[in-house]
Design a protein around this ligand. Structure first.
Ligand SMILES: [Zn+2]
Length: 257
């Protein structure tokens, strides 16, 4: 598609809708379902968004009056609620900015929550006057659901090294460096090979026993020797982690920007 410039009733600003970016190694723009494109998107006040509208990004104000679409990595079908303190969830950073105070549980903010926090994303909160780009629900309904497109993989390396990067399924908001990442058998094999060849002598080693990936360590690696057996899950993937810190990979060229 080409870039389109649109207007919106009640505003003199111009809203520039650019093509949805392709993913980079660190910014994962999950593609829209087959046939659903930003040709179908329009600017809309957050307070006018209705259930099922597909939100694809926001237009932040600019002095020039020309607002370019800021794309979000995960588009979502809106489930809007007027956000008072009582609407805050207890688990995401966005809602933490709107604390519940004794006696003020029903205080209304000028905030619309367009989506509630899920495993991988915090709540989507907008001021009611913010402008978002949406594909209206009735239009979006003509295409497959957003969830039918698999998420973009994420890349990890071992903290402090240049190993990998290893491709894994996306992690959730609560993931930490000693958490597990879900990788294919091929990637698990690469992780094991890198450990055995590049970290030889560290006291931790890995070997395959049939379908099992077995990590074994001695007193050089931890106070007490031990073993971790990883069996493939129902999808044949391996959850690897806990014995060293992972780090989300950033490509050098992106660091330089
Ligand atoms: Zn929240």
């Amino acid at each position: 598609m080409s870039t389109r410039t649109l207007t919106m009733p009640g505003s003199t600003d111009q809203f520039v809708i650019t093509e949805r970016p392709t993913s980079t190694r660190t910014r994962k723009y999950r593609p829209l379902p087959e046939g659903m494109t930003l040709e179908l998107a329009v600017p809309m006040l957050a307070e006018d968004v209705t259930a099922g509208d597909v939100v694809t990004g926001a237009f932040f104000p600019s002095d020039s009056g020309i607002r370019r679409l800021s794309h979000i990595e995960e588009c979502y079908a809106a489930a809007p609620v007027r956000f008072g303190v009582a609407g805050a969830c207890t688990r995401c950073d966005e809602c933490a900015d709107y604390p519940v105070e004794e006696g003020f549980e029903h205080r209304a903010y000028n905030i619309i929550r367009l989506a509630v926090s899920e495993d991988r994303e915090p709540c989507a909160l907008y001021d009611k006057g913010d402008v978002v780009a949406v594909i209206p629900a009735a239009v979006a309904a003509q295409f497959p659901a957003l969830g039918t497109v698999p998420p973009e993989p994420e890349l990890f390396t071992v903290d402090g090294t240049d190993y990998g990067p290893y491709e894994a399924l996306p992690i959730d908001m609560w993931w930490h460096a000693y958490g597990k990442i879900s990788v294919t058998r091929d990637t698990a094999a690469q992780i094991a090979t890198d450990l055995v060849t590049r970290d030889a002598g560290c006291g931790l080693t890995a070997e395959w026993k049939g379908d099992w990936l077995v990590f074994t360590w001695d007193e050089r690696y931890r106070d007490e020797a031990g073993r971790q057996i990883i069996e493939p899950d129902a999808d044949g993937r391996y959850l690897v982690g806990g014995l060293w810190p992972w780090m989300e990979y950033e490509a050098p060229e992106e660091n330089a920007v």
